[in-house]
Write a protein that binds this ligand. Structure first.
Ligand code: TYD
Ligand code: MG
Length: 454
């Protein structure tokens, strides 16, 4: 028999809510929710017995689904909104992952403050820290705290019920590892707990139209049994990266159903929290010392914009039987490969040297267009000869030693030009831009020869 249930419907937009709220979660109108009776969906028994003869699910013509651009909740933190794809989408679930201490709680609290200042109700589930600890951070950030309701709770259902009762349009769960789902006999943060909590959260965020942000610790190794388990469930996955000891932080979208993947936001951690960096290239090149050997500049495409970075390499005689190769900001395998190309195709051997290669500011190089800069930095380090000042490098390096073209070369060159670079070694066929002379080089051997005579 169908059971009678009560719900609340907005008289302005028709939005249905399970609990009464003073303000409609969808259209934000005040005092428009009216009680109505709905018959609960009949269970499988009522729908045709337990013989597997289920009633067909409701369908809707694709053409009848409203084609709205979608309302976005702006965090007013420019670099965070950029990575989100233009703000948060109501009903979406976003995971912010990163090493402990990188600044996840700081970012979500700053976003909560801006959203609250814009009149949104924000529920902040602090499963990891006490309200007093959150208050301390808020004071440091200069956040008054109005409009942010702290929910010190680790039980998922209780926390979500509290957020609903508060009429939250944004819910933050800091962190997902500290939350547990009742009834599962495993520790919180374990794979079974994470999977179950993630699945419930997706449904909850969608049905309540609440933009929900989860934070999750990912250790350096990026272990599988962590919040990475949630990647396929959530709408967006943003990872925080940063060099140890450095102040620059890069927030990268590795998945985003509502924006560009691989978009990055650049922040600086200051005494008063995270500050959006408007000119990332300048920040990454801040400490550039072109007079030292082993330093080469390139521009990589991160998401939708070009960013200039510096590759630094150091090579010293080794006392070890198998010399060390240390890479940070680029993969060790890539370093090995480029060293091999340099040895075989360029005749520059680092076989008896320890080699260290890093990328300025803690950015992780993913763009093969940076290869030529890595090769130039390595060659400069091995020969202990500085590269010519005001010169940058662009190109992918093939195993054959050939320099291959890169995407969006003109935009990269323009960015380098804006930062004062006047010459750039490029793959054959790449034209220069105003103010930047392109010096085409076909092979690694060509580059080494050109640098020798430069
Ligand atoms: P936090 O946001 O707590 O990191 P997570 O949640 O990712 O573990 O940030 C912790 C670090 O940031 C801590 O080392 C102190 C530093 N910090 C600042 O430098 N300035 C600030 O204003 C704040 C709030 C933190
Ligand atoms: Mg934290």
């Amino acid at each position: 028999m169908a059971k009678v249930q009560r719900g609340y419907r907005c008289s302005a937009c028709g939005f249905e809510a399970a609990a009464y709220a003073g303000r409609c979660l969808q259209c934000q109108a005040w005092n428009t929710l009216e009680q109505f009776e709905k018959s609960a969906r009949p269970g499988p028994a009522a729908r045709g017995g337990g013989n597997g003869a289920a009633l067909p699910a409701r369908s809707i013509s694709l053409a009848d689904v409203p084609d709205e651009p979608g309302r976005r909740l702006l965090t007013e933190i420019p670099e965070f909104d950029r990575v989100l794809g233009g703000g948060m989408v109501p009903g979406s679930l976003v995971l912010v992952g990163g090493d402990p201490g990188i600044g996840k709680s700081t970012l979500v609290l700053q976003a909560a403050a801006r959203l609250a200042a814009a009149g949104r109700n924000v529920a902040y589930v602090c499963g990891e820290e006490s309200p007093r600890q959150v208050r301390l951070r808020a004071s440091r950030l200069g956040v008054p705290g109005d409009g942010i309701s702290l929910v010190p709770e680790t039980n998922l259902e209780s926390a979500l019920a509290a957020a609903e009762a508060l009429g939250a349009s944004v819910t933050i769960i800091d962190s997902i590892q500290s939350i547990y789902v009742e009834g599962l006999e495993t520790r919180s943060g374990g794979p079974a707990q994470l999977a179950e909590a993630g699945a419930r959260l997706v449904g909850w965020a969608k049905s309540n139209e609440i933009a929900t942000v989860l934070t999750g610790h990912v250790t350096k190794g990026g272990e599988i049994a962590g919040p990475r388990l949630l990647e396929h469930l959530v709408d967006a996955v943003l990872y925080f990266e940063g060099a140890e000891g450095g102040a620059l932080r890069v927030l990268r979208a590795v998945k985003n159903r509502f924006g560009a993947t691989d978009e990055v936001g650049v922040f600086e951690m200051t005494g008063e929290g995270l500050r959006s960096v408007e000119n990332p290239s300048a920040a990454f090149l801040d400490a550039i010392d072109q007079s030292a050997s082993g330093c080469a500049v390139t521009a990589v495409i991160e998401g939708t914009r070009p960013i200039a970075v510096e590759v630094q390499a150091l090579a010293v005689p080794s006392f070890l039987a198998s010399p060390r190769r240390i890479a940070s900001g680029l993969e060790t395998a890539r370093l090995h490969l480029l060293l091999a190309v340099l040895a075989r195709r360029g005749g520059m051997n680092a076989g008896q040297m320890d080699v260290v290669a890093t990328v300025s500011g803690g950015l992780r190089l993913r763009d093969p267009g940076a290869d030529l800069a890595v090769v130039a930095a390595l060659a400069s380090a091995i020969g202990d000869r500085p590269l010519p000042a005001g010169t940058a490098f662009l190109g992918e390096v093939a195993l054959s030693g050939a320099i291959r073209g890169v995407q969006q070369a003109q935009r990269r060159l323009a960015e380098l030009g804006r930062l004062g670079f006047r010459r750039c070694y490029v793959p054959p066929g790449t034209k220069g831009v105003e103010g930047v002379t392109a010096v085409p080089v076909a092979t690694v051997r060509d580059v080494l020869a050109a640098l020798k005579s430069a």
